[in-house]
Design a binder for this molecule. Structure first.
Ligand code: 13P
Length: 239
């Protein structure tokens, strides 16, 4: 399976940030990048311009969220993101589940909208620290998968992001990552890519990306600078 290394810029990125992607693409072009998929998900305001500028390059551009359809002031549909040149959409990120009260059913509707628009959804799941401490991590992630995955054979990606590992510098042990990814694999098809996310950095990417059933990474803070993101991209083992 071709690894996918995806950068989630969250609410970061201005027109001036394009220089980081130019640097990233320059480095990728010198490094046989076709054996891995590289994705940047900038804020909505940059999707169209970055997709236009980098459409023939070694990276793809994605959205961080979408709405399904209808009259929703301020929201953006999957179809609009496809029209703007996006290839993927992150749905159900824990920040949206927490800040916007997004339910599993809504995440599933968004994933299905992305598929209808011809985009690949990256469906995020992950437990809170209290869940892990109480031994409930698999129960929580299992319920999220059950409620959030689209009922289709189309191509989608799952991102396991333990909430307590996001932006904290903390990561689960390698054994815990392996166990959770094996559990997620048991709940989905063999050809679905399962990404790990949560404090992935140049210093830990190689070890994490080598774990069985880890088919790539969803990277937050370390995706903002080419100097950090490029070594993470290159740390993915290729079969
Ligand atoms: P960090 O890599 O900054 O921990 O963020 C992870 C994340 O939330 C990616 O979606």
């Amino acid at each position: 399976m071709k690894p996918l290394i995806a950068g989630n810029w969250k609410m970061n990125g201005l027109a001036s940030s394009v220089s980081e992607i130019e640097t990233l693409v320059e480095r990728l072009n010198g490094s046989a990048p076709e054996d891995r998929d590289v994705l940047i998900c900038p804020p909505m305001t940059l999707v169209a311009s970055l997709a236009a500028q980098f459409s023939d390059e070694a990276i793809q551009i994605g959205g961080q969220d979408c709405h399904s359809s209808g009259a929703h002031t301020g929201d953006v549909s999957a179809e609009m993101l496809a029209d703007a040149g996006a290839a993927y959409i992150i749905v159900g990120h824990s920040e949206r589940r927490a800040d916007h009260g997004e339910s599993d059913a809504l995440v599933k509707a968004k994933a299905e909208a992305a598929l209808r628009a011809g985009l690949t959804p990256i469906i995020c799941v992950g437990e809170l620290e209290a869940d892990r401490k109480a031994g409930r991590a698999q129960d929580v992630v299992g319920a999220q998968l059950e409620g959030s995955l689209p009922e289709t054979d189309d191509d989608f990606v799952i991102a396991y992001e333990p909430v307590w590992a996001i932006g904290t510098g903390l990561t689960p042990t390698i054994a815990d990552i392996e166990e959770m990814h094996a559990f997620i694999r048991s709940k989905t098809r063999n050809n679905v890519r399962i990404l790990y996310g949560g404090s992935v950095k140049p210093g830990n990417a190689k070890e994490i990306l080598a774990v069985a059933n880890v088919n790539g990474a969803l990277v937050g803070g370390a995706s903002l600078k080419a100097d950090d993101f490029f070594p993470i991209v290159m740390a993915a083992p290729v079969n």
